[in-house]
Design a binder for this molecule. Sequence first.
Ligand SMILES: Cc1cc2nc3c(=O)[nH]c(=O)nc-3n(C[C@H](O)[C@H](O)[C@H](O)COP(=O)(O)O)c2cc1C
Ligand SMILES: CCCCC(=O)C(=O)O
Length: 366
Amino acid sequence: MKPLRVPDYADLARSCLAADVAGYLNGGAGAEWTLRANESAYSAIPLRPRVLTDVERCATATTLLGADLAAPIGVAPMAYHRLFHPDGEIGTVRAAGAAGALFVASMFASTDLAEIAAAATGPLWLQLYWLRDRGAVLELVGRAAEAGYGALALTVDTPRVARRYRDLRSGFTLPAHARAVNVDAALMATSHVAEAGTSAIERHSLERFDPRITWADLAWLRERTALPLVLKGILTAEDAELAVRHGVDGIIVSNHGGRQLDGVPATIDALPEVVDAVGGGLPVLVDGGVRTGSDVLKALAVGADTVLVGRPVLWGLAHAGTEGAQDVLQTLREELEEAMALTGRPTLAHLDRSVLGTPNRTPYHH
Ligand SMILES: Cc1cc2nc3c(=O)[nH]c(=O)nc-3n(C[C@H](O)[C@H](O)[C@H](O)COP(=O)(O)O)c2cc1C
Ligand SMILES: CCCCC(=O)C(=O)O
């Protein structure tokens, strides 16, 4: 069967990946309640279409931190794309460029940062985890600036990698062909060491991630780079206000795709309080559970400026390399354009909360 919808790629990816790799990709933390909530909360929101509004041309193009995008869609930072297909990050960054989407490279990308930048034809950001070894982080930031990355996204929901039971059961360990080549090999070594009944990436995070950082430490990073700083993993109005007060340049509302604290709300449900707290002063992005163009439209209607997509891009990559990842991004853009036409909202400025009905809650079932 030729894949047409994004979920078609989920099935195809599952059938071509080893069980432990598919478990790492698709799994979440704890009971995976938040993982399920991310998708089901979108499905629960009905749309309120308006008619007779001239929708011959529906314009999806936008800008984000000064960069042009064909649509308010981007690729969420995800580690180790070479785990899923030999095209790796070169495949996904080319796909993003061809689709006019933002690409956020992970600090744990399995391809050299400068090579990713050389293959990019659109806006490019770098995601960071704050390691105990600050020098290593700083060195990476310097190389990102030199290679032309446009912003840094500091992930703040991961003082350590959460217990992900699929990975514990499989004893998930990174194979030699998927290495975080942008970080000193000595700092990454334990993520390649197998120990039955444990997750190597969880053990590695306990060893290398710095859980002591606080809001006060952001100044240390800001003083050392001119790149805009975006915080990824904000879920409350309180933290959104603190982020604004600390002068960050953007916020990504994220629960890490249900891979970190299990029990937090679906991101589409956390988005309103963050958008309201920020009040339009800086861009608010959101990720988690976006599988259709209507999901993108719903997030924009709540007030997100751009929507990031995670697993679907890797499903496309796993099934058909660059082409599969590109098709996923293109499909989401086309479905967004259609959703704008059929809800009678021909511009992004028309996408406000009047598009959204009252959610039909049998809340977060399964
Ligand atoms: C395989 C995989 C690896 C990930 N690696 C990272 C990472 O290196 N840094 C990060 O901030 N988030 C990482 N994430 C989380 C994503 O950036 C994003 O928040 C999440 O995937 C969005 O949910 P979705 O997959 O439902 O679209 C990862 C997610 C997956 C599925
Ligand atoms: C640091 C762990 C690897 C990347 C990640 O964030 C994830 O798998 O969710």
